[in-house]
Write a protein of this length. Sequence first.
Length: 286
Amino acid sequence: MTIETMRNRILILLFFAALFSPAASQAQALILKADSVTVPCHDVDTFLMPVRADNFTNVAGLQFTFAWNPAHLDYAYITNIHPTLIGVGFDTTTFISQGKLGFAWTTISGGVSLPNNTILFEVAFARLGGPASPVTFTNAPPTDIFAIDPMFNSIDVQTAPGLVTPVDNAPPTVACPANVTQEVFGPTPINNIGPSPLDDCSIENIGWSSVGATSYNFPNSPNASGSTFNLGLSTVTYEVEDSGGNTATCSFTINLTLAPSDSLTLIASNGSGSCGQQVVINISVL
C-alpha cells in the first residue's frame, strides 16, 4: 500500500474523529526515537539505523517524516518492519534525494500496543563522509507527525533524534614540501609550500607555525604559501587533524640569505663650508 493511500485513510479517520469523538490524548506521549550508532569512517558497506517507539499503547494510526543529511548518509533500503504494522506505507522516492522518507500506518481492527524500545523498522544507510550526522523526525514533507487511538483521539508524539558517529582510529599522514633555500634582498614571500595531507576518513583541520628567523602561529590556516619570511633560517611545521581527533605533523626549513649584488651604489651626504675650510662628506653603500 502506498503512503498516499495510507495518508488518505488516516485523514478520513480524523475527519470522522472530529465529527463524533472528543479530542483527547493518552496520558503518556508516544515517543519515536532513533539509535545513536558508530560506524567505521572508511567502511563502504551499509549499516542499519533502528527506529524505535516507547509508550506505543493503543495506537491505531501513526505517520511521520524521518530525515538525515544526504551529504553524509546515502539511503539504501528499509528492512525489519515490525509484523504488527500491517499495511504500512513508505514514501522512499519523492523526497529521498533531500534526505527524507515518509512513514504512514493505520489499522481499523483496534489499537495496537507494543513494548517499550520496540523496533518499528530499520533504515539501511551507507556513510558518505563528513562529521557525526544526526537523524531526526520532522514535521516536513512528505508528511507531518501525528498519531491517533481507536477512538480517533489524537495522541501526543515526542521525538528523540539519533546520531551516526564515524570512528577513526588511524592517524592521518602529511607530507611537507622540500626545504627552501633562496638568495634574496630582504624579507620575501615564499610560494608553493603547501602540505599534502591524507586520511582514510576525512581531514578536519590543518594549521601551521614557524619558528626561528620568522615567527608565525596559524592553527586554522591550511597553507603557508604567500607568507613573508625574514632573512635567516625558519622552520615551518604543519599539523593535520582528522575526524577522529588523530593528528600528524611534518616540518621543513626556509633558509633565506642575502644575495650578492652585481652593482654598487654610493650615496654621498650633502656638506657645505667656507673657502679653505675642511668639509667632511659621508659616503654610504646601498
